[in-house]
Design a protein around this ligand. Structure first.
Ligand code: NAD
Length: 315
């Protein structure tokens, strides 16, 4: 079936799925949006609520649907799954969410879905790899939201620290979207001006201690939010909206999505969040950015954790 480049599906309409749907409504990127959930009433309720906002958004068809509606979708966002409870790590969710992913993919692959799978459920890097293996789709059609959210968190904190617009900060969080992620300080810059030069020019300092504090704040942000409000969803909805925009508009934007590696950094058999070129065809290229030796070691350690988690799944 012909793909409708302006049709998307959100599978799982809990906190995260519903917030993503709301973001899509605000963006006006899609003309058709289908919501699926194991709890059909929930999907229907969310569709009804969203439709009430249509007069104040862009024209769009929003409905609760089933897997048959996926066949002409350009994008299917998977958020089905359980979320972290206070104190739980993302990796603690692995067993339950892999089973949910398996059941979702069984339905998706039974249809003639030709679009892009965007995994959001956690642990997102492990599930992105599982989605690739279980679906049998080419690498370019499977990606995860990765560290797009974490990178946004770093930009936001760094922007506040340096008193500059966070959109001018170019700095990446890479590796696992989780406890073993790392900040690539060696390549960080403010609109092309090396971070250290930027600080020097403005008479600011950003020493190792401050960098470590900012990194920890980013890494532990979800724990802090979950402790206070039980779940995170607005930040991830903005991040997924950004990825969807890059796909729909064929931007070839550089975003740190979760990607199934094919020899990058000498690694295979896992997915990691790395800056990649994202466009209408999906994941067009994973960029192997230069790293300091410390960053390289941290990336390897993160990859090792992902590998162990993947091996435990017996895919
Ligand atoms: P939630 O419990 O509010 O919603 C989950 C939804 O999935 C529920 O509506 C449930 O009915 C549905 N569901 C369960 N099994 C299903 C199935 N087989 N088919 C279809 N729907 C099914 O949880 P949430 O807060 O929305 O979180 C969803 C996922 O997103 C979690 O895994 C969470 O950890 C993850 N998350 C990821 C990021 C990220 O950056 N990648 C950020 C926040 C949350």
């Amino acid at each position: 079936m012909k793909i409708d480049h302006r049709k998307a599906a959100v599978i799982g309409c809990g906190n995260v799925g519903a917030s993503i749907a709301f973001r899509f409504l605000q963006q006006g990127l899609f003309t058709r949006l289908v919501l699926l959930d194991a709890n059909r009433d929930k999907a229907e309720g969310e569709a009804m609520d969203l439709r009430d906002g249509l007069p104040y958004g862009a024209a769009m068809e929003i409905s609760a649907g089933d897997y048959d509606d996926l066949t002409d979708c350009a994008l299917a966002v998977i958020t089905a799954g359980t979320n972290q409870k206070p104190g739980e790590t993302r990796l603690d969710l692995i067993g339950k969410n892999t089973e949910i992913l398996r059941s979702v993919l069984k339905e998706v692959t039974a249809r003639n879905f030709g679009g892009i799978l965007l995994v959001v459920s956690n642990p997102v890097d492990v599930l992105t790899y599982a989605a690739w293996r279980l679906s049998g789709y080419p690498r370019e059609r499977v990606m995860g939201s990765g560290t797009v959210l974490d990178t946004g968190r770093l930009k936001q904190l760094l922007g506040a620290e340096l008193e500059v617009d966070s959109r001018n900060i170019h700095a990446f969080i890479i590796g696992e979207h989780g406890d073993s992620e790392l900040a690539v300080w060696s390549e960080a810059n403010v609109s092309g001006l090396d971070l250290e030069d930027f600080c020097r020019v403005r008479g600011q300092t950003l020493g190792a201690e401050n960098r470590e504090r900012l990194y920890r704040e980013v890494r532990d942000s979800a724990y802090q939010i979950i402790e206070r409000k039980g779940a995170t969803y607005y930040g991830i909805a903005m991040a997924v909206g950004r990825i969807a925009e890059a796909i729909v508009k064929d931007e070839r934007a550089v975003l740190p999505v979760s990607a199934v590696l094919d020899g990058q950094y000498g690694m295979n058999g896992l997915a990691l969040s790395l800056p990649s070129i994202v466009g209408r065809k999906g994941l067009q290229e994973i960029l192997e950015m230069p790293l300091s030796s410390g960053e390289r070691a941290a990336l390897s350690a993160s990859a090792e954790q992902m590998r162990e988690a993947i091996e435990s799944l017996k895919l």
